[in-house]
Design a protein around this ligand. Sequence first.
Ligand code: MN
Length: 374
Amino acid sequence: MTAKKISVVGGMENDGEGGEISPFANAVREIDRNAPYKRIATEEAWSIPEIPQAQLDYLHSSCPPDDASLRMAAMFAGMPQIQEDLCDIGDRRIARMDALGIDRQLLLLTAPGVQVLERSVGVGLAQLANDRLAEACTKYPDRFSGLLAFAPQDVAASVKEIDRGMNKLGLAGAVVNSHTKGRYLDEPQFWPILEALEANDAALYIHPTSPPTSWVKPYDERAFTGALAGFTHEVWMHTMGLIFSGAFDRFPKLRLVIGHMGEALPLLLYRFDWMQSNADGRAGLRGGQPAVKLKHKVSHYFHNNIWITTSGVAWEPAIKFCQQVMGPERVLYAMDYPYQVSAEEVASYDALDIPPEHKKMLMQTNAETVFRIR
Ligand code: MN
């Protein structure tokens, strides 16, 4: 394959015009076609056509819910190119992976998926999606791995689907598109789901969706609902909620993965540890729960239970910082296909100024470990 000349999004560099510092340098680099590592991209979106159809049907039904995530889903359902890219898990996607130098994609059912649907519809479509995903992973065993989806609005069915997805379908972990109709997995009614994830050794990837209807308004009024703020704050809520609920003390082998450079959480670990007592040991939280006193500092959970991916943040200073504070074994490469597709970004990973052993961990072996890819 011939390498294509491309410009690269690299680290902070001088723009050569006398002082202005731009985060986006204009160096020309190529994807390394003989890189000493595989590229395993770990937050790559897919879907089945039945899901956007069910979302639209629900939104246009006689009594549609007031749900910001469902409105977001309907917006994406109206984008034919995105839907075509999402629903293709065959040769066309693989040709694009080849062009971008991606050896393997880890496929995640795109947000908000089945979680905005009515309970029985969501359960059925999660099963259908997982069946199709398993088929694709069987057909292309060297190119695709996949995370099972489940519908937390039915806890018992979720527990069954986690077991089926891991043990019968051979999937690589689980994805939740964050809150489900405003509810978070840190609430006690969802503990059986966390227990099932831990029992099956299934890493849980929390992917963002719109903030819940109850707090989305100021974001909507500023067009911040998505990647500029809402997505990040929403996964922040879920991750910190799980930590402070004591989920990782109750289920110490529970493994969590969050994208977008850990949604910026690693940058604030110092402050979280300092201010832990604001929430730690407080009674009456989450609708009147007894006090939970954490066994460890907040940062402990980022060193033992949490991994992050670089989706959407191909940025050397941030990657180095996260490798430094969390450990190089806890940072995984991701692209965020088909939402943020860039050959420049792939080349910028090849050009990262980090030790070769850490680069191989970032691009390949951490993903193999966390998602049991062999
Ligand atoms: Mn994504």
